[in-house]
Every structure is written in structure tokens, then in C-alpha cells.
Design a protein. Sequence first.
Length: 251
Amino acid sequence: MSAKKETLGKTVGVVVAVCLVCSIIVSSAAVGLRDLQQTNAALDKQSNIVEAAGLTEMAAGDIAGTFNKYIEERFINLETGQYVEVPAGYDMYKAAKNPEYSVKVTGSNVGFQLRASIASVYIVKNDAGDVSRIILPVHGSGLWDLMFGFLAIDADGNTVRELVYYQQKETPGLGGEVLNPSWKAKWDGKKLFKNGELAIQVKKGENANNEYAVDALSGATLTSNGVQNTLTYWLGENGYGPYLKNQTWKS
């Protein structure tokens, strides 16, 4: 009996020791890879912004170099539409979780309750130094969860060039088609405003020649509605509306 107890004790001891060693290894790996993970996350974000800027081919593998040469991140007070300074490392999505740096979202079905008071915008300039596009980070609910993307607009503040979603959990083959190049291509050249009012629509059966409409995703009504609600909110007075109206990037 004593021998059995000793054997059981040794077995338990070995299991505990193995678990302890494994936990140390996993923790060390997580800490050691943290910088690499953060670097990869930043590069992925830059890659999507570069795509929205229409510079993917020019980048030719040098995403970071292209981003740093042609794209500048600025920050705006959404209430006034004017540029402001922020602390280093400011993130509009982290700020949205802090009541001190955010405002409540009311009267909207965009899918979130708080948004940051100060938002990022990305200014794209050509080799001559002229503004060619403005990229606006946008997010709103889809069918299953929030969808995050970048809306690229010409320097006229009205003509869409790209709508790039980089984070979404929509159903593959249905709502997931927001990533389909053929659907993304439908946005190029569409107009956001007509006579100063938001006019862009995402509706099933819309004619491709309608410059104020994009045909909705087939079989994905709720996802399409989510895209519409996202644009309605972020291009309105509670979003980038004041910034676009003032055309702050030209001042």
C-alpha cells in the first residue's frame, strides 16, 4: 500500500512539474512574441490603408515605406471637424471604451453605444504633395458582429474610391462577400452627397449607372443594411460630417 501511495505521489509530482514547465514556456513565448505580434498587427493595418489609398501596386511589397511616404495620420475633433493634437499612441477604438474620451451614441442603429470624441483620418498625398484621397476609419454592425473598415474618398470630399473591410465575422459566401473584389469595385466613383445631403444607398437591384447607389449583397440583407447604417452614421453630423463639410484637409 505504501508503495502505491509513493507511486501515485510521484506521478502527481511529475504532472505538476510538467504543467509548471509548460506554463513557463508558453508565458515566455507570449512575452517574447509580443513585439512581433504588435509589429505584424501594425503592418496589416497599414496594408489595408495602402489598399484604400490605391497604392498597393506601387508598394510592391514595401508596405511600411509606401505608407510613410504617401500617407499621414491626422486626428480630428468629430464635433468641430477640426484637426487636434493627441498623445502618442492614441487609438480611437480604445478611447471609445473610456467614458472620459468618448460620447454616447443615440438615435442610431449602427451597433455600438460609445464612440471616441477624437477620430483618426488618413491623408493621402501624391508625389507633388497634393491631397489625392482622404481615408476614414468606419465601423458598424453586420449580421454577427461589428465590421471595421476604411472608406477612401477623393479630395473633393464626395467621390468614393474604395471601401475596404479588414475585420468582420460575416457568413462566407453571403455577408462575407464584402471582401469580394467584384463587390468592392462597385464603389469606385460613387457619390456620397447630393445637394449637400447624404445620398449614397446600398439597395438590392440598384442600377450600376446610379452614381448614388451600390447593389446590395445577394442573400445578405442584414449585412448590406449594416453597411448602409455604418455610412449613414459616420458620414453624418455625429461622425465625419463636419470634417467633410468644412473640407478641413484643404485648409
